[in-house]
Write a protein that binds this ligand. Structure first.
Ligand code: COA
Length: 180
């Protein structure tokens, strides 16, 4: 398990799946805002890759996020689109509604940076998020990500086009906290 100050990132367990499906992916607005594509329901028991991990998929590393204090599931985090030639990857995360706004998101980004830069030896991490997603923007910026551009009207979300912000962080600009 990877440990931050408040959160741990561990493998996906079977009993995480119904919780994540109900709390994150059955929520049409949250899913439409956080995913790049259209919302559609996930059938219980299906092998949807957002929930069921394919360990052979080398470019995509999904984690379940737990609170270190109590070990309870609080969300999902992914290092995705890992490009071993350009040594880059994308960061994605989603917390259960009751667990937002408590500093966990900032800590999850820190742990994904540690995984990307230290464990995987990557050079660049990237995040795309809606321009009104203050919590995601701040979680990224707190970890040193900088805004590199605005993708105007790039996302169709619940009946309107929205701008996305692209943020990047390079290994040499990352201020690593000491962590076990
Ligand atoms: C985005 C998300 C992961 C952020 O995690 P979080 O735990 O809620 O964020 P934190 O508590 O670490 O807060 C980070 C910063 O955002 C601010 N913030 C948190 N919630 C906020 C809100 N609803 N409105 C405005 N600011 C907010 C905090 O004050 C903090 O600011 P600071 O660093 O200046 O003190 C989480 O809110 C979430 O899962 N949202 C739904 C899914 C999602 O949007 N995923 C990202 C898709 S790209």
């Amino acid at each position: 398990m990877l440990r931050g100050n408040k959160v741990g990132l561990r493998a996906r367990h079977e009993d995480d799946i119904p919780v994540l499906r109900t709390e994150l992916y059955d929520d049409v607005v949250n899913s439409s805002r956080a995913e790049g594509g259209p919302w559609r329901p996930i059938t219980p028991g299906s092998k949807d890759p957002r929930l069921v991990v394919d360990d052979k998929e080398q470019g995509h590393v999904p984690f379940s996020v737990v609170e270190l204090d109590g070990n309870t599931l609080i969300g999902s985090a992914t290092l995705w689109d890992i490009d071993t030639h350009n040594r880059s990857a994308h960061v994605g995360l989603g917390l259960l509604p009751a667990c937002r706004g408590k500093g966990y998101g900032t800590d999850v980004v820190a742990v994904l940076c540690h995984y990307g830069f230290v464990v995987r030896g990557l050079q660049r991490l990237q995040i795309e998020t809606l321009s009104d997603n203050t919590a995601m923007l701040r979680s990224a910026e707190r970890n040193g990500f900088v805004r590199e551009g605005v993708l105007r009207s790039s996302a169709w979300v619940m009946g309107e086009f929205m701008d996305e912000v692209l943020l990047g962080l390079l290994a040499q600009d990352w201020k690593q906290e000491s962590r076990a």
